[in-house]
Ligand binder design. Structure first.
Ligand code: NAP
Length: 550
């Protein structure tokens, strides 16, 4: 099979080409998927909306943007040479470093030539007569593909809140997920940041250092733990390299896709002093380790309360003004049920004289005005507003594409009451359409790179299997899908996650159904399930004959 050369087509010109597979997106998922399919000899084209590779790391260039999974672990494991050649410099990699890494990967594996940039896929329609997907783009492309693989990311459809008067604001507006490539200099400005999720918590300390005055508009306070970021030491790197195979295996068989010290006790099984010591050790270590301190933090409210109280006591200790500290303390949901944030000096930033917390619970935003933001208590004049207001998570990027399966049924319609998938990989009624880290898989509850590699490998093996057996189609059965959705819900409801108004639950998007979208059964058990399904001849899928492969 011949490689399809990428080229940028002039607007309005249609491409009648046919390929084995179209991949939508050139982030971590799309790049590795392309590499695997090319290795298997499938003709493949990638469409990417950005002008470069990187996905999340291409768009999220806000000050302070950094991964909250440690750099050594937040990296591909598929190539030993890549692993030994690439040198991470910090414990948690910054956005520019991750983007350089992904550019390096694209160059190293010669991926650019199969990617058509600045091209957004607008529609994907399954042609039942031909058993092929017809993919259309905003540049007029029309390409037919046997397989359509969505590598569109879980947090890629940026959400600007529907606030009255946004368009009238005379100053500058930014969204953290669409940051200008040339950067923004806030020196001398009065800036408002709306939101206090991960993006805000990372950017606020950086913006505060530049701005004359910073107002932080907080609707819901967030739990955050320190990153304790630092340059990677030679010892850490040496240990990583010496134990690479076993560490990678630990990730793949773990609960969340990264290495952690597993706990063996429940939080209430130990004496208060021991509990405190354990939390303190993990706080000093930094990152997500705190949430793994005890076995039951995410399943028992009483256990969870002890971890939440610990973090609140830390906030009280860091923030000098007791009223501000109080307002920064989350109380309305269990810790960990909204994504835990990992920060560098976030709470301490509120000790600065140029930073003011605006508590929207006390006085909600009424409107954006020409001059700034008006709450029920005051009007704030601003030069710039930074919307750190998040994403239409997990389903948003897919809903933005008009995806139609059998009988012209729209995926959006099928998912009207919440996403339904089999294993988070396929959807009944949408043959040969794959969703990498789709809803119903561990995805956002895991180290994304580990989950991406697992899905990509599973999909690549599946396509190879179909070709080997001269099969045209693979399609999830409705029964398998229903059973999986029930299982995902059952497991989700054994945890505290449904208690929070989180984006995991679709709660940040008005009108979005409240469904716990990711799968919390654990990265390791989930991988095992997927492998078993494949080993049993793709149990729960219908595979059908009569393919002609070029
Ligand atoms: P987010 O977690 O959804 O946070 C959005 C923030 O905006 C929330 O504080 C939300 O308040 C607020 N908000 C939304 N609409 C609002 C409105 N109308 N008025 C006032 N406030 C409003 O979004 P994010 O910070 O971009 O993070 C999304 C996810 O991306 C993270 O959870 C994480 O998984 C990932 N991420 C990771 C990193 C990293 O690796 N370090 C960095 C950034 C993002 P409510 O809570 O009240 O809704």
């Amino acid at each position: 099979m011949s490689e399809v050369r990428a080229r940028t087509l002039p607007s309005g010109v249609s491409d009648p080409g046919a390929v084995d597979a179209v991949i939508v997106g050139a982030g971590f998922a799309g790049l590795y998927m392309l590499h695997r399919l090319r290795g298997l000899g499938f003709s493949t084209r990638v469409y990417e909306a950005g002008s470069g590779v990187g996905g999340t790391w291409f768009w999220n260039r806000y000050p302070g943007a950094r991964c909250d999974v440690e750099s050594l672990e937040y990296s591909y494991s598929f190539s030993d040479e890549l692993q030994s050649d690439w040198k991470w410099t910090e414990r948690y990699a910054s956005q520019p470093e991750i983007l350089s890494y992904l550019n390096h990967v694209a160059e190293r594996f010669d991926l650019h030539r199969s990617i058509q940039f600045e091209t957004r896929v607008t529609a994907a329609t399954f042609d039942e007569a031909a058993n092929r997907w017809i993919i259309r783009t905003d540049r007029g492309d029309r390409v037919s593909a046997r397989f359509c693989i969505m590598a569109t990311g879980c947090l890629s459809a940026a959400k600007i809140p529907e606030l009255e008067g946004i368009e009238t604001f005379k100053g500058k507006r930014y969204h953290t997920g669409h940051w200008p490539h040339e950067g923004v200099d806030f020196t001398g400005q009065t800036v408002g940041v709306i939101g206090t999720g991960s993006s805000a918590i990372q950017s606020i300390p950086e913006i505060a250092r530049q701005a004359k005055q910073l107002f932080v508009f907080q609707r819901t306070p967030n739990f955050s733990v320190p990153a304790h970021n630092a340059p990677l030491s030679a010892d850490v790197i040496q240990d990583w390299n010496a134990n690479l195979a076993s560490y990678r295996n630990m990730e793949r068989t773990s609960a969340f896709g990264f290495m952690h010290e597993p706990s063996t006790k429940g939080a209430l099984e130990v004496a208060p002093e021991e509990r405190q010591r354990e939390y303190e050790t993990r706080w000093q270590r930094g990152g997500f380790h705190l949430i793994g301190a005890f076995t039951d933090i995410l399943v028992s409210k009483d256990a969870n309360d002890t971890a939440a109280a610990f973090v609140r006591s830390k906030i009280r200790g860091i923030v000098r003004d007791p009223a501000v500290a109080e307002a920064l303390m989350p109380t309305s949901y269990p810790i960990g049920t909204k994504r835990l944030c990992v920060d560098t000096h976030y709470f301490a930033t509120f000790n600065r004289s140029n930073v003011t917390l605006v508590d929207l619970q006390a006085s909600p935003i009424e409107a954006v005005t020409t001059a700034g933001v008006r709450t029920s208590a005051a009007e704030y004049s601003l030069d710039s507003i930074v919307f750190a207001t998040g994403f239409d998570a997990m389903t948003g990027a897919l809903s933005n594409i008009d995806i139609r399966g059998r009988a012209g049924v729209a995926l959006k319609q099928k998912w009207y009451e919440g996403p339904r998938t089999y294993l988070g990989i396929m959807v009944a009624g949408f043959p040969n359409l794959f969703t990498i880290t789709g809803p119903g898989s561990p995805s956002v509850l895991s180290n994304m790179v580990v989950s991406i590699e697992q899905h990509v490998d599973w999909i690549a093996d599946c396509l190879a299997h179909l070709r080997e057996h001269r099969l045209a189609l693979i399609e999830a059965t409705l029964d398998a899908e229903n059973a999986w959705v029930t299982h995902v819900n059952d497991v989700g409801h054994q945890t505290l996650f449904p208690l929070a108004n989180s984006w995991y639950m679709g709660a940040n998007i008005p009108g979005k159904p409240r469904v716990f979208m990711p799968y919390i059964g654990g990265v390791g058990p989930y991988r095992q399930k997927c492998d078993e399904v494949a080993a049993k001849g793709y149990e729960g899928f219908i595979l059908s004959q009569a393919a002609t492969y070029a």
